[in-house]
Design a binder for this molecule. Structure first.
Ligand code: BG6
Length: 489
């Protein structure tokens, strides 16, 4: 470590993701002493700035989540001193060559490891990778590149992107990030399942009735309409974040926690799934709405969105896994923007107790009285298990209660942001939480035919008011598969 330098170059440094997530995550890692002794951070983008201006920009958006702790200002100043900037075009080998010189200057005679974070739109991925790999690769240590989604729009464009990147990088150098995999509760999913005897034996069609993966945001695409309209919620959230959770949830036990072993199991389960059918998908789009004297804009009111856009901002889907463990179990996904709440949850509904002795003692209908396990990914991380319990008293009345593990009560320490864990993993060369190429292909195969049909047939999304619970079609879809959405009951 003494004789090597790590440089982290954030390409697209003036963008939102860099400002909101990447720089703050790097600072948090620095604060926690997780970065190597000799590290430098470079910002690269087209905006003309000098080092000082970059530092000002970063410090303004640096959400020091540990700012209550002592020494934060000092640490922040130390960190900012290690941040530098180079302005350049994304397709200019010459500009990357200049960056290379600056990197070399910082590295001196030490061995150099270089991490590039591509926080840029996909249409310039290949240019940047070409320029960076030919002009700014490390010649003495490793070079790794983190790429953000979207990785293409469908199977074809994703394969094309892979083919282009392969000209310049080996699979080992590419770290495809899905930040949901860095979320604490998503990582915990495997712990919960594989190290608790009370769960793993129940993890199959024998005991589980359905699984629900729910993502909702209480704000629209404000300011991101231009990007979003090209992709829509299915590509933005379902094909990656929710599908990744599904794969972790449903995979068979991996041989070990090794990156390849885990990803082998994820690919296997993805490949056991049947591609989505249009009839198992409901799409929606939010429309303007006024509430309490305030008015909320509709999706197409965004000036960067065409007024006749049919891009879904909401979708619900039912997926199935054709294997012995999950045959017939619906996996329902629901994702939407501009809904009534901001939340991400994994809900597992268990089957009925056969011949339940107490069926007459339930206050509610028996169908609502089955066990349910909920992992609340955010906000306010929690795991709770709904169980049936006797209401204390002389009578015999049953009630559904929660065994509740609330993270902030049990673990008062702040939970690291997903980007912190993932950046650290990339620095350490740990690939388990990054998407392997075959995983990406499998994920696109599941969604591509349905997306194609949806777009070719110009299926109109069901409109729902901003701030509502989304289109009613989602209920019909669930009902068709005998499911009741767990977040609405
Ligand atoms: C991103 C999507 O991947 O995830 C955004 O592109 C979405 O549309 C975001 O808002 C949600 O992430 P988080 O961590 O805030 O739930």
């Amino acid at each position: 470590e003494e004789d090597s330098t790590l440089s982290i170059t954030v390409v697209g440094a003036s963008g939102d993701l860099a400002k909101k997530k990447i720089f703050p995550a790097l600072f948090a890692l620095y604060y926690e002493d997780c970065l190597p002794k000799n590290f430098v951070v470079f910002g690269y983008s087209r905006t003309k700035m000098n080092d000082e201006e970059l530092r000002n920009m970063i410090s303004r958006t640096l959400t020091c989540r540990i700012d209550k702790r002592e020494n934060c200002d000092n640490k922040m100043a130390q960190f900012l001193k290690r941040c530098f900037y180079h302005s350049g075009q994304y397709n200019s080998e010459e500009h990357f060559q200049e960056l290379n010189c600056k990197l070399k200057e910082k590295e001196g005679s030490r061995l150099s490891n270089r991490l590039f974070y591509l926080s840029i739109p996909p249409n310039i991925f290949v240019d940047v990778v070409r320029c960076a790999s030919t002009k700014a690769s490390s010649t003495t240590g490793w070079t790794r590149v983190i790429v953000e989604k979207p990785f293409g729009r469908n199977s074809e464009s994703s394969s094309e992107l892979t083919r282009c990147l392969k000209q310049y990088l080996t699979e080992d150098q590419i770290f495809r990030i899905d930040h949901y995999l860095g979320k604490e509760l998503v990582e915990n999913l495997s712990v919960l399942r594989f190290s608790n005897l009370v769960f793993e034996p129940l993890w199959s069609r024998n005991y589980i009735r359905n699984v629900q993966l729910i993502f909702s945001e209480d704000f629209g695409t404000e300011g991101r309409g231009g990007y979003f309209d090209n992709y829509g919620i299915i590509r933005d959230i379902m094909q990656n974040h929710l599908l990744q959770i599904l794969a972790l949830f449903a995979m068979e036990t991996p041989v070990s926690l090794d990156a390849e072993d885990v990803r082998n199991e994820k690919v296997k389960v993805l490949r056991s799934m049947r591609p989505l059918q249009l009839e198992d998908v409901v799409v929606g789009q939010y429309k303007g709405h006024s509430k309490g004297g305030k008015s909320y804009p509709g999706y197409t009111d965004d000036p960067t969105v065409p007024s006749n856009s049919a891009t879904p901002t909401f979708a619900a889907a039912a997926l199935f896994i054709n294997n012995a463990r999950w045959d017939g179990v619906p996996f329902l996904m629901k994702a939407g923007k501009a809904l009534h709440t901001k939340r991400a949850e994994i809900i597992v509904q268990f089957r009925h107790v056969p011949g339940n002795l107490f069926k007459r003692n339930f206050a509610t209908d028996l169908d609502k009285a089955t066990n349910e396990l909920v992992l609340r990914v955010q906000p306010d991380e929690a795991i709770y298990l709904k169980i049936n319990n006797k209401v204390p008293g002389l009578g015999m009345r049953l009630d559904r209660s929660d065994l509740n593990l609330l993270y902030k009560a049990r673990y008062p320490r702040e939970i690291p942001d997903a980007y912190e864990r993932l950046l650290l993993d990339a620095i350490e060369g740990e690939r388990r939480l990054f998407i392997r190429r075959d995983e990406l292909d499998a994920a696109w195969s599941l969604f591509t035919p349905m997306l194609k049909e949806l777009e070719e047939r110009k299926i109109a999304p069901e409109l729902y008011p901003y701030g509502s619970r989304g289109p009613v079609g989602a209920h019909y879809l669930a009902a068709k598969h005998n499911v009741r959405w767990g977040d609405l009951t």
